[in-house]
Design a protein around this ligand. Structure first.
Ligand SMILES: [Fe+2]
Length: 399
C-alpha cells in the first residue's frame, strides 16, 4: 500500500480509537429462554410483532416454542420466512412491508446471522424510511431509534445478537453492504442453547470458527481496549474448551451453552474493536458465490495469521498462554507459532477445507475491490494490505 493511503488509513483508525470510550456502545439484555420474550413484549405494551426467520429453521420447528408462547400471551405475530443465506435488499423490503401492513411495533430476528441481519436492517429501514439500503452502507448512517428488537441466535457464531452491524447483499451487483450503527444493537439477546442442539455438523464447525475469527481478528487489531481484549480472550478459551465437544456431541449442554456465550463475548469484542481482512474477503466471497460466512472465515484465518508474521507474535503468544497451549516460559515467537498451528489443526479436526474451490481467477479483481473497500480504512488491521496484496492472499487459498 502506498504511503499516502497508509497514512490516511492509520489516521482514520486512530480517530476511531480515540472516540471509542465515548461512543454509545451498550450490551443487550440477555434472556436465557425464548418463552421470556412474551413477558417483555407484554411489559412494553406490544401486541403485534414481526418475526424474521428462514424456511429451514421454521421447518425444523425451532420457533414453535416461541410461537406457542406468543399465542398463549395473546400477542399477534406475523412471519417473514423467505430470508435467504446472505440476506438481500429484497428480503428487507418484503419483511418491512409485512411490518408496516400489520402495524407491528417490535421485531424478532430468529435464526443464524442471515435472519438477524435481515431483521436488524428492517428496523433500520423503519427508523429511516427515506434512506435506501445502499445509502446505509458504512458507519453511523441510521442515528435514529429502531423498533424494540429481539435477536434469537440459533447458531453459536455470528455474534449478530450483540453487534452494531447488519450485512445485506445487493442481489444485482453482488455487493455486500455492511451497515454499522448503534441503534442496530439488539435490545435483547436470547441465548437459548436448546435451539442449537440439532445444528448440522458443518454449521456447528464453521460458525464456531467464525467465533474464533471474531475473537482473533479483533484481538490482533490496533483498536482494542482492556474490555475487548478480555472478551476476546474469554471467547478463545471457550472455543478451545468446547467447540470440538459441541461438534462431536451435539447434545452436550455445557458445550452448547459455552459456545453461545463464546459467540456473544466475541461479538462484544469485534463490535468495538472491528474485524479485519479475513472478514472483508469472506464478505466478498459470500456476495459473489454465496460461500458460507463461517466456512470462508475458518478457511482464510490461518493464512492471514501466517502472513501478518512477527507483528502479531506478541498477541498470539498471549492467546497461546491464555489457552495453555504450551509452556509459558517459551519465547514469544514459538508460542505464537503454536497458536497458528492450533488454528490449522482445529480446521483439520473440524473437517474444514484449506482451500475454497468456488473462487475463479477472473473474479479476483472484483473480490479485492470489495474487500479493499470494506476494510480500508475502517478495519484497524495489524498490517495494511492493498488490492495487489489481497489478490496474492486469495491465490493462496483458491484451489
Ligand atoms: Fe463473522
Amino acid at each position: 500500500m502506498n504511503i499516502f493511503k497508509q497514512i490516511y488509513c492509520r489516521t482514520f483508525q486512530t480517530c476511531f480509537k480515540i472516540a471509542l470510550p465515548i461512543l454509545p456502545y451498550r450490551e443487550p439484555d440477555i434472556l436465557d429462554d425464548v418463552e421470556k420474550i412474551a413477558d417483555i413484549l407484554t411489559k412494553n405494551n406490544v401486541n403485534t410483532v414481526l418475526m424474521v426467520i428462514d424456511k429451514n429453521i421454521r421447518r425444523l420447528e425451532l420457533s414453535k416454542r416461541l410461537e406457542d408462547s406468543l399465542k398463549d400471551n395473546q400477542i399477534q405475530f406475523h412471519i417473514y420466512e423467505d430470508t435467504v443465506q446472505n440476506p438481500t435488499i429484497t428480503n428487507v423490503l418484503e419483511a418491512k412491508k409485512i411490518y408496516l401492513d400489520n402495524h407491528c411495533s417490535a421485531i424478532i430476528g430468529f435464526g443464524g446471522g442471515s435472519a438477524m441481519d435481515c431483521a436488524k436492517c428492517v428496523g433500520a429501514s423503519i427508523a429511516r424510511p427515506n434512506l435506501s439500503i445502499p445509502k446505509m452502507n458504512g458507519i453511523l448512517k441510521i442515528m435514529k431509534k429502531t423498533p424494540l428488537f429481539f435477536a434469537v441466535p440459533t447458531t453459536a457464531g455470528t455474534g449478530s445478537e450483540v453487534t452494531i452491524t447488519s450485512v445485506i447483499t445487493d442481489e444485482v451487483t453482488k455487493q455486500k453492504y455492511t451497515i454499522n450503527d448503534f441503534p442496530l444493537i439488539p435490545d435483547y439477546a436470547v441465548l437459548d442453547y436448546t435451539l442449537t442442539f440439532d445444528l448440522p455438523d458443518f454449521i456447528t464447525s464453521t460458525t464456531g470458527m467464525d467465533v474464533l475469527t471474531h475473537a482473533v481478528e479483533s484481538y490482533i487489531g490496533n483498536t482494542t481496549t482492556k474490555h475487548t481484549r478480555e472478551m476476546a480472550e474469554d471467547a478463545v478459551v471457550l472455543v478451545k474448551n468446547h467447540l470440538l465437544t459441541a461438534y462431536l456431541e451435539p447434545h452436550n449442554i455445557e458445550a452448547r451453552k459455552s459456545m453461545q456465550i463464546a459467540a456473544y463475548k466475541a461479538g462484544v469484542a469485534f463490535s468495538r474493536s472491528y474485524v479485519g481482512y479475513v472478514h472483508a474477503i469472506s464478505h466478498a466471497l459470500s456476495g459473489r458465490y454465496h460461500t458460507l460466512h463461517g466456512l470462508a472465515n475458518a478457511c482464510i484465518l490461518p493464512y492471514f495469521l501466517d502472513e501478518y508474521g512477527a507483528v502479531i507474535d506478541e498477541k498470539l503468544a498471549k492467546l497461546a498462554d491464555v489457552i495453555s497451549l504450551c509452556d509459558t516460559s517459551l519465547d514469544i515467537h514459538t508460542k505464537a507459532n503454536a497458536f497458528r498451528s492450533w488454528v490449522w489443526d482445529m480446521n483439520k479436526q473440524l473437517h474444514i477445507p484449506d482451500t475454497l474451490e468456488e473462487i475463479q481467477v477472473e473474479d479476483i479483481p472484483k473480490l479485492v475491490y470489495y474487500a479493499d473497500k470494506e476494510a480500508n480504512p475502517l478495519y484497524p488491521v495489524p498490517v495494511l494490505m492493498d488490492k495487489d496484496k489481497l489478490a496474492t492472499m486469495i491465490h493462496k487459498f483458491m484451489k
